[in-house]
Design a protein around this ligand. Structure first.
Ligand SMILES: Nc1nc2c(ncn2[C@@H]2O[C@H](COP(=O)(O)OP(=O)(O)O)[C@@H](O)[C@H]2O)c(=O)[nH]1
Ligand SMILES: [Mg+2]
Length: 401
């Protein structure tokens, strides 16, 4: 398997693979073996890896992944307990978990994690390491199937090809997800991107969703023109032919919808992200909940990043104000940011999530599943804004679910 390191893919795009297990199970040796580099310190001393080590890697044919080598799940003492918590957090974010089993074999702790991961539908592989020295008890194919097991020796390299195959097999479904725009446009199309550049925009650059959409337009063999919302009509006038699609930042959707003739398809970056990363139908259905909100209802606004000034303004100020205006109800707003997302949701009447460009797909998928399970409608920033501005059907109706 050819390897090269791609340090450029953004965190939310890279698939996260957590390497977890007891101390001395050979996690760090395994990471080094997988990447062909001495990334992580290997030692007989239990508890050598304290802070998680992240290693960006291009796993062909899957694409950019990031391996996280972690401290042992059986780490002890006060600091040890903190490390276990840190490891669990990484496990929660991971798109795939590699549970590394050492010479001690599988014990109740491993069984516990396997049950948990299965229940959360997080893909995992149980790596029975040390196969140069020992063979797991009761080893047979049926048992290996339950555990998604692979026997390897990280030390000698035995079984590593099988493990790499298994990694690709488990990660491949993530690469089959819906594209952002590739299935909406054709080669040689012209796509217009509308990007407001106001005070809330980050200095000197575009934001990740805009860059990713732009890249996919180029990958599709189409071309893009980019304009600010105030230049929309002028830009349309200058184009020799109508653009196949206009994609606007949700915050400007109302004025852009007014400037773009009805016979030109119009959507928003967030709409494309809802389909790409989340569950489009659930998030569309969730938007309908704003029509039944009552006085005193609690609304949770979930922001994927905790430090983004643009998102901060939209999630903290604009959406609440628009929602109060639209509903005319006295609503109570709560916020969750970064990876903190409440476990109990059923006291909320609605969850409004950001586009999630900084979150791993699995994290968003789990959040949507949790909302569904607890029967709480969930939608996203862009969808709800379009709904409140009366353009939801226009910006979503033509898009394949
Ligand atoms: N014989 C053998 N030793 C291994 C294997 N994997 C790791 N080790 C050794 O086990 C010890 C602990 O490995 P390390 O990767 O630091 O474990 P970690 O605590 O899980 O990160 C080191 O001495 C490694 O050389 C293996 O497959 N076979
Ligand atoms: Mg280690």
């Amino acid at each position: 398997m050819a390897v090269q390191i791609d340090k450029t893919a953004p965190g939310g795009v890279r698939l996260a693979v957590a390497i977890v297990g007891n101390r001395n199970a050979g996690k760090s040796t395994l990471l080094n073996r997988l990447t062909g580099q001495d990334v992580s310190i290997v030692s007989d001393q239990p508890g050598t890896t304290t802070d998680a080590v992240a290693k960006a890697f291009e796993l062909i044919p899957v694409g950019p992944v990031c391996f996280y080598d972690t401290a042992g799940l059986d780490d002890a003492g006060e600091l040890g307990e903190q490390r276990v918590q840190a490891t669990k957090k990484i496990m929660r974010r991971a798109d795939l978990v590699m549970l590394v089993v050492g010479k001690g074999g599988i014990n109740a702790d491993y069984e516990h994690y396997i049950t948990k991961l299965s229940r959360r539908r997080v893909p995992f592989i149980t790596v029975f390491n040390f196969c140069d020295e020992y063979e797991p008890d009761n080893f047979n194919q049926a048992v290996m199937d339950i555990y998604n097991g692979v026997m390897v020796s990280a030390k000698t390299g035995m079984g590593m090809d099988r493990l790499r195959e298994k990694l690709v097999e488990k990660l491949r479904p993530f690469t089959d997800e819906k594209p952002l725009v590739a299935d909406i446009i054709k080669p040689h199309d012209v796509v217009m991107l509308v990007v407001p550049v106001d005070l809330a925009a980050p200095k000197g650059r575009l934001i990740l969703p805009q860059v990713q959409v732009l890249r996919e337009v180029l990958d599709s063999g189409a071309s893009a023109v980019v304009a600010k919302e105030t230049e929309t009509a002028e830009m349309l006038g200058k184009l020799a032919e109508k653009p196949a699609l206009v994609i606007t930042d949700s915050q400007a959707v109302k004025e852009v919808a007014a400037a773009v003739p009805e016979d030109i398809s119009l959507t928003t970056f967030s709409t494309l992200f809802a389909r790409h990363k989340g569950d489009f139908e659930t998030q569309l259905a969730g938007a309908a909940a704003i029509d039944t909100l009552k006085d005193g209802d609690k609304v949770l606004i979930a922001e994927g990043c905790s430090h983004h000034i643009t998102c901060d303004d939209i999630g903290r100020v604009k959406i609440p104000n628009w929602l109060l205006q639209y509903t005319g109800k006295k609503l109570e707003f709560h916020w969750a940011s970064g990876y903190d997302f409440p476990a109990v949701l059923d006291n909320y009447a609605l969850v409004i999530h950001c586009g999630g460009c900084m979150l791993h797909r699995n994290e968003i998928r789990i959040r949507i599943e949790e909302c569904k399970k607890q029967q709480v409608p969930i939608t996203n920033y862009g969808i709800i804004i379009s709904k409140m501005q009366g353009v939801l059907e226009r910006v979503t109706g033509f898009i394949k679910k």
